[in-house]
Unconditional design. Structure first.
Length: 510
């Protein structure tokens, strides 16, 4: 390992696990650890010699989950560059905007999005993973990793942009080392026999969560389908030694309900990592019932990658057994090395039981937003990351998220947290998904509107939903209106786009 460069994570497995599979598509090995380390060193040398990538230069990755994705990612670090992963679900115009704002000197892309990107970028070379120009990089001689300082940028994580234009969170080599260490310290033991199956995007959580597995020589497995297929994923788990994977709650529900779930030997499951959106207690109960005590619920954001609080496997299993709804509703306790507080509008810490904004401090917190000094100062004021999430601590130190601060609805002078209403609506078996927003109202200031997606074969009974709300929450929190939709709009990370819901509803009402 050279300095603080994340590329050094490959060095150990390439020596003591040289012949072990490192990258597989399904059950087909593509690279051993020694081969992966060599390919990374060759790619890095070519980035320096052919594309003139200097230490600190940004290199974008606008790519679906490709067998060469992690190889390209580590080669960027090996060459001293800064990786800018971009979700392949974005429009090419959005990706080109990120390439431009990150000052990227080069962009790796997959063939499915490369042509559209080329039509949008100006003067930035695009190398298509797996094609001739990309394969030529592997003919360069190897080079040693470039020394980087711990505080040097490693990954510019462009936030989901649910409430506006995405911002680039500057994550250093130290931030990502700390994230990997926190996972191994307080979440799950990782051994060389472990594998991580990348059903989620490598540009987001799955790519971040690969780091502790790389560090311990755990195989990186890409499903042959290239994405989430419940039957395929369950087959891969059943065929492996011990496998972990990251899924958002919507995919966890599909997995738990799949007929093949019961046939998977529980000893073959490492950790089912869940996050990126609110996780319902029923999601956790169903998953533990289907797979046993292997479900982990983590809370983080791009500004503190995957690392603010977590509810571990044993804790979730115990809460399911005890039928402790409050525990299941929480996102657990502060991760190793993290300080987490709930504060009022003056940034004063609140007592347990009081609702306020969640703030965090620790080794995973970003250096700031790229080229946005004012937004950085606002987000990191007082030395704490202001998450924009509203939460509450209980007497056990468990954090429960109430909502996003910007999503709070003020109706008739009362603050209503949509998450509270959504949790009630989700209890109705006819409701597959629900999202609650506030729309302008001449009498109330804002009126509460619920967008509901029916469960398969079900019909939404608005009167029944009303009764359920009136039995569970204050009358002023009940939706004034229900709108039945086929699906909820989501961003690349799977989060519901409430701003888009509000805008479309206001246009429809105009």
């Amino acid at each position: 390992m050279s300095g603080a460069n994340l590329a050094g994570l490959l060095d150990g497995p390439a020596r003591w696990g040289a012949g072990r599979p490192a990258v597989l598509v399904g059950d087909r090995p593509l690279r051993t650890w020694a081969q992966l380390a060599e390919a990374v060193a060759r790619r890095a040398a070519a980035l320096r010699a052919i594309h003139d990538i200097a230490p600190g230069d940004a290199v974008a990755l606008f790519a679906a989950n490709h067998p060469a994705y992690l190889e390209a990612l580590f080669s960027i670090w090996h060459a001293g560059g800064v990786a800018v992963p971009i979700s392949s679900r974005l429009h090419a115009r959005e990706a080109a905007d990120i390439v431009d704002r990150s000052h990227a000197r080069l962009c790796f892309a997959t063939a499915d999005v490369a042509d559209e990107l080329l039509a949008q970028v100006d003067g930035v070379p695009v190398v298509v993973l797996g094609e001739a120009e990309d394969e030529a990089l592997l003919r360069a001689p190897t080079m040693a990793p470039v020394t980087r300082a711990a505080t040097d940028d490693a990954w510019i994580f462009f936030t989901s942009g649910t409430t506006g234009r995405a911002k680039g969170a500057r994550l250093s080599h130290h931030n990502l080392f700390a994230m990997a260490a926190a996972y191994m310290a307080d979440s799950a033991e990782v051994e060389p026999r472990d594998a991580i199956i990348h059903v989620a995007a490598l540009s987001h959580a799955s790519g971040l969560m690969c780091l502790p597995f790389v560090a311990r020589g755990g195989a990186q497995v890409l499903p042959p389908s290239g994405g989430f297929d419940a039957a395929e994923l369950l087959d891969l788990v059943a065929a492996g030694d011990r496998s972990s994977f990251f899924v958002p709650p919507t995919l966890l529900r599909r997995l738990s309900a799949h007929p093949a779930a019961a046939a998977v030997p529980r000893e073959r499951l490492g950790t089912i990592l869940v996050g990126a959106a609110p996780v319902l207690p029923s999601d956790l109960r169903d998953a533990v019932g289907a797979f046993g005590p292997c479900v982990w619920n983590g809370y983080g954001q791009g500004e503190s990658p995957c690392t603010i609080t977590a509810h571990g496997r044993a804790q979730i299993a115990a809460a399911v057994e005890a039928e402790d709804e409050d525990a299941l509703r929480s996102v657990g306790i502060a991760r190793a090395g993290m300080r987490v507080r709930v504060v009022d509008g003056d940034d004063q810490e609140l007592e347990p039981g009081e609702v306020g904004e969640v703030v965090a401090d620790g080794p995973t917190v970003m250096a700031g937003y790229l080229d946005l000094p004012e937004a950085t100062a606002q987000a990191l004021r007082g030395g704490w990351l202001h998450t924009g999430d509203v939460g509450i601590f209980d007497e056990h130190g468990r954090l429960t998220l109430v909502d996003r601060a910007k999503d709070v609805v003020i109706t008739g002078g009362y603050n209503v947290y949509p998450r509270e209403v959504e949790d009630v609506l989700h209890l109705d078996p006819a409701v597959a998904e629900a999202a609650v927003v506030g729309l302008p109202d001449a009498e109330w200031g804002e009126r509460i509107v619920a967008f509901v997606v029916p469960a398969a074969g079900a019909r939404i009974d608005e009167a029944a939903l009303d009764r359920r709300c009136l039995d569970a929450i204050a009358r002023h929190k009940r939706p004034k209106e229900y709108r039945v939709v086929g699906e909820l709009p989501r961003n690349a990370a799977g989060k519901v786009l409430k701003k888009q819901l509000r805008t479309s509803a206001e246009l429809a009402d105009a």
